[in-house]
Each structure stands twice: as structure tokens, then as C-alpha cells.
Design a protein around this ligand. Structure first.
Ligand SMILES: Nc1ncnc2c1ncn2[C@@H]1O[C@H](COP(=O)(O)OP(=O)(O)O)[C@@H](O)[C@H]1O
Ligand SMILES: [Mg+2]
Length: 491
């Protein structure tokens, strides 16, 4: 079939690109993602107010770009979203640099240095609209270049956005007052402290905004001794390993005024409950139960951290602004169970039913008797060995009884209905190769059955063992050979 190449007209495309619905905070966060992807560990943001206009610069000490890479980077859609990203990479559609910048203003200038060589480009949407063509300037206009400064060291990038019509304007006023401008900048400062808290904490990245260093805001109060912290559960969802960990924040009476205020974040305690979804440690979405539950006052202490790898983008429908996700149905069902539990714990703490007994004790481990754990070969329910009641029993009994208890627990776990695979028992007649650990388990269990006189002879012993889900993978002949080798005595 014949085809003709049709170029989209520049002007309407620009309007569409400018209206993706970025907030100023999400736009800036998307630009910081680029600096982080370039392995920068120092990022310096400046918001300047000139009265009738303003300018935003973001300077980083990342690996910069050469002329060709920069040319490609300035393309609208410079990467195919389906190509695999490097692990840990924050980019997604090859759009962010342009779409985020244009949501703030009409001119984007990029100055970059790679191995000591500078490269520069500039998009001016006024010019693009005027000629209705995607004409990219190969030089940054002097009036902009003069306040962008230079790049220290061998590599790095400075981007500057000005003609800030969107950032400076509001519904009624064309250019906002200086005080409103800086109030907006302060809100962005807090937003970034939140979005990047985990990256700043883990990666030792320094982000400075108008001379003030960002102080990471930890929504989970992990350092507070009264925070209840669940075990990390790994969910294997459509081939991606998703980590989930819940936190129940301390009752208000355990926090001083400062801690209380800060933990309430920008929207207040009630509005900050729910799931916190991170992609490569960068917060994407937070503060709701993904439509599963209401935000009740009594569940306001519950916050659940979900960590996604960037390979889960499509499955979780990460949007272009990296501010929204839609979990796959399979994940929703799992998350709902976890949320139900953590909301209940929150209610108990909120009404002061639980925490009194755990004062000043970092209460690790959940009150769940079972926890879901993921491994390469799928998921398994494992017993929560840190359950407080179990810990108490273990403390109270002697060594011999402790051994018996642990063996029993191992069997309970292996025999959990959810862990039993329904593959038929291997009944072929050859003896299988068995690990030493498995042999040991068979022998331990068999010895107890004999000692307690549950079985009277070898035949009965093997009949008993073969019914155990824990030994599902072993056939009769193998069990027999293990027992004979161990020389267990029933008579
Ligand atoms: N600060 C930066 N330092 C180095 N390279 C950058 C920087 N910002 C953007 N780039 C380059 O520009 C490309 C396009 O960026 P962007 O439009 O945000 O898309 P994405 O981040 O999804 O790849 C990036 O893939 C990267 O190669
Ligand atoms: Mg990007």
C-alpha cells in the first residue's frame, strides 16, 4: 500500500505538549530525574524573579552530553519507551526534558559539557509558533546565557527555562507578585524533599534550591522508636518483583510538636495515609488507598511503601509525568489484604490499644502469623518467626523443647495449604538426589514419629512420611533409602 509522510504541524502539537497537566513540582522533579540518570550527585536549582518574568535553572555535575547526544535529547520523543531502560534509570518516554520544561515556560536552553567540550541548544516556542516548524536554535541567546553561568569540572549540564508564562501566570493574573512566586518556590522545595527523600538518603545526593539544601522528608518516621514496621514482603507480579513494607506511625502522644507537624506533611495526617509508590527509590504517587478504602481518621497512621523496578512501568501504567500509576489487578488483590491489616493496626494504635505495651521498643515484625515471601520460583507463605507471642514462648522453654517447636513450625510452614503444590507425587522407581538439609528434615521428623510411637514399623513410617506435604517432592523409594541409611530403629 502507498503511504505519504505527514509532518505534524508544530503549533498545535506544542499546545498539546504544554497541556499534559504537570504541576510545577512534578515538572521540576522530572528534570531532576534526568540529572540523577546522568549520575549527578550535586544538583543546584535556582528560581529567579525579574518582575515581568522569571527563570529556572537546574545545574548538575552529571556526565553531560556531547553535541550529538544533545541534539537527540532535544528531539520530542528521543527514546522509545519500550526499549529497556538501564536498571535504576528514572527516564521513561524520552519526553520529560521538553514536556516538563514547556509546562513551565516557552524557552528551554541547555548548556552541557562532556569531556571538557561544551554543547548548546535552545528551543524557543515563540519562534516555533511563528514559523510553524520545529526549528531548534544551535545557540543560547545572550540574555539567557549570561545568567546560566559556567560548568565547573569536565562534565555537567545546566538547563534554563524562561519566558515563564505558565509558572508566573495564574488564572486571573498574568504575572504573579514576588511573594507568591517565592511561596510557590517553597512549596516546590517541600515537594522535592518528599519525592526524592529516599534517593537523597540512599544515594548521598545533594540537592540545593536557592541556596538551601533539601532535607529529606521521611514519611515513615523509620528512626522513631515507636514506629511499627512490618517485614518486607516481596510480591512477584507478572514477572516483576515488587517490595511492600508497611509502617504504622506512632500515636500522637509519642511525638513532640515538631515531629508531629513535620510527619503531617503538606496535606495533614489524614491525607497522607495510604500507599506510597516508589519507582527506583523515587516517589511517584502517595497518600491514598488506590480506591480500595476511604481515608478514615483512625487509619491515618498507616503508610505502606511499595517499591517498583522500572521494568514494571507498563504493567503499572506509569504515566508520562511519572506522577500516577495504575496497579495491575493481581497486585491490587494482594495490596488490599495488606492494607486491611495495616489499617486495623493503625486503628488499634490510634485508639491507644496497642502501643502502650510497646513503649520505646522498636517493634519489628508484624502481628501477622503468616507473611508472604517471594522467591524466584514463586511465592510462599512463611511463618512470621518474629511474632511477639512466638518470641515469648521461645524465651520460656528449654533447648530440647525449642528444637521440637522449631521442627514443628517448619512442618506447619511447609504444609500450609497455600504452599502445597498440586503436582502429583513422583512415583517412578528410581532413588532421587536429595539435599542434605532435606535428608536431615526427614530423619528428624521420622525420629520423632518413632519416639512418640505414632508409627510402629518401617512400613507405617514411610506411609506417614509420604503423606507429608513437606516431602511432596520425594518418592517412596527415596524416603525408604534415607531412613535405611540413617538406621532408624523402631523395634
Ligand atoms: N541533565 C542531563 N544530563 C545528561 N543528559 C541529559 C540530561 N537531561 C537530559 N539528558 C539526555 O536527554 C535525554 C532525553 O531526556 P528526556 O526528554 O527527559 O527523556 P528520558 O529522561 O525519558 O530519556 C535523556 O535520555 C538523556 O540522554
Ligand atoms: Mg527524563
Amino acid at each position: 500500500m502507498n503511504t505519504v509522510v505527514t509532518q505534524p504541524s508544530a503549533t498545535p502539537v506544542i499546545q498539546a505538549l504544554r497541556s499534559l497537566g504537570y504541576s510545577a513540582g512534578t515538572a521540576i522533579a522530572d528534570l531532576i530525574d534526568n540529572s540523577l540518570d546522568a549520575k549527578a550527585n550535586k544538583i543546584n536549582l535556582q528560581f529567579k524573579y525579574f518582575g515581568n518574568d522569571g527563570a529556572i535553572t537546574i545545574a548538575d555535575n552529571g556526565y553531560g552530553m556531547n553535541d550529538d547526544t544533545l541534539q537527540l535529547a532535544m528531539n520530542i520523543g528521543s527514546k522509545d519507551p519500550r526499549t529497556d531502560r538501564q536498571p535504576k534509570e528514572l527516564g521513561r518516554f524520552g519526553m520529560g526534558l521538553k514536556t516538563a520544561s514547556f509546562s513551565l515556560g516557552k524557552r528551554l536552553s541547555v548548556l552541557t559539557k562532556f569531556n571538557g567540550d561544551y554543547a548548546q541548544r535552545c528551543w524557543d516556542l515563540d519562534h516555533v509558533t511563528q514559523c510553524n516548524e520545529w526549528q531548534l536554535f544551535t545557540e543560547i541567546p545572550n540574555e539567557v546565557r549570561q545568567f546560566m553561568g559556567d560548568i565547573e569540572g569536565d562534565s555537567g549540564t545546566i538547563i534554563c527555562i524562561d519566558k515563564l508564562d505558565r509558572f508566573m501566570g495564574s488564572e486571573n493574573v498574568k504575572t504573579i507578585q514576588e511573594s507568591s512566586f517565592f511561596a510557590k518556590v517553597r512549596r516546590i522545595h517541600h515537594h522535592l524533599e518528599f519525592i526524592f527523600h529516599s534517593i537523597i538518603e540512599h544515594g548521598k545526593v545533594q540537592v540545593i534550591l536557592n541556596g538551601n539544601e533539601l532535607d529529606p522528608w521521611d514519611p515513615f518516621l523509620v528512626k522513631h522508636t515507636s514506629t511499627l514496621e512490618g517485614e518486607t514482603q516481596v510480591l512477584n507480579i507478572n514477572g516483576n518483583k515488587i517490595k511492600v513494607k508497611y509502617y504504622v506511625l506512632p500515636h500522637a502522644s509519642f511525638l513532640n510538636e515538631m515531629e508531629y507537624k513535620r510527619a503531617g506533611g503538606s496535606r495533614g495526617w489524614r491525607d497522607h495515609q495510604g500507599f506510597y509508590i516508589y519507582r527506583e527509590n523515587r516517589l511517584l504517587h502517595y497518600g491514598d488507598w488506590l480506591g480500595m478504602f476511604q481515608k478514615d481518621t483512625s487509619s491515618q497512621l498507616a503508610r505502606v511503601r511499595i517499591d517498583l523496578p522500572n521494568t514494571a512501568d507498563e504493567d503499572w501504567q506509569v504515566d508520562i509525568k511519572k506522577s500516577a500509576v495504575i496497579p495491575p489487578d493481581k497486585a491490587k488483590r494482594r495490596l488490599e489484604t495488606i492494607a486491611k491489616f495495616v489499617r486495623r493496626v493503625s486503628r488499634d494504635v490510634f485508639y491507644y490499644r496497642t502501643q502502650g505495651t510497646h513503649t520505646n521498643q522498636n517493634f519489628k515484625g508484624s502481628l501477622n502469623t503468616w507473611e508472604l515471601s517471594g522467591s524466584d520460583d514463586g511465592q510462599q507463605f512463611v511463618l512470621n518467626r518474629n511474632h511477639p507471642v512466638l518470641s515469648e514462648i521461645q524465651k520460656r522453654i528449654d533447648g530440647e523443647s525449642l528444637k521440637l517447636l522449631n521442627l514443628y513450625l517448619k512442618f506447619v510452614q511447609l504444609g500450609s495449604p497455600s504452599n502445597i503444590t498440586d503436582s502429583p507425587k513422583m512415583e517412578e522407581e528410581s532413588i532421587q538426589i536429595v539435599t542434605d538439609a532435606m535428608k536431615e528434615l526427614v530423619i528428624q521428623f521420622a525420629s520423632i514419629l518413632i519416639k512418640l510411637q505414632v508409627v510402629q514399623n518401617k512400613q507405617q513410617l514411610i506411609d506417614a512420611l509420604i503423606t507429608q506435604p513437606a516431602f511432596d517432592s520425594l518418592n517412596r523409594k527415596t524416603l525408604k533409602s534415607i531412613i535405611e541409611e540413617a538406621n532408624l530403629n523402631h523395634e
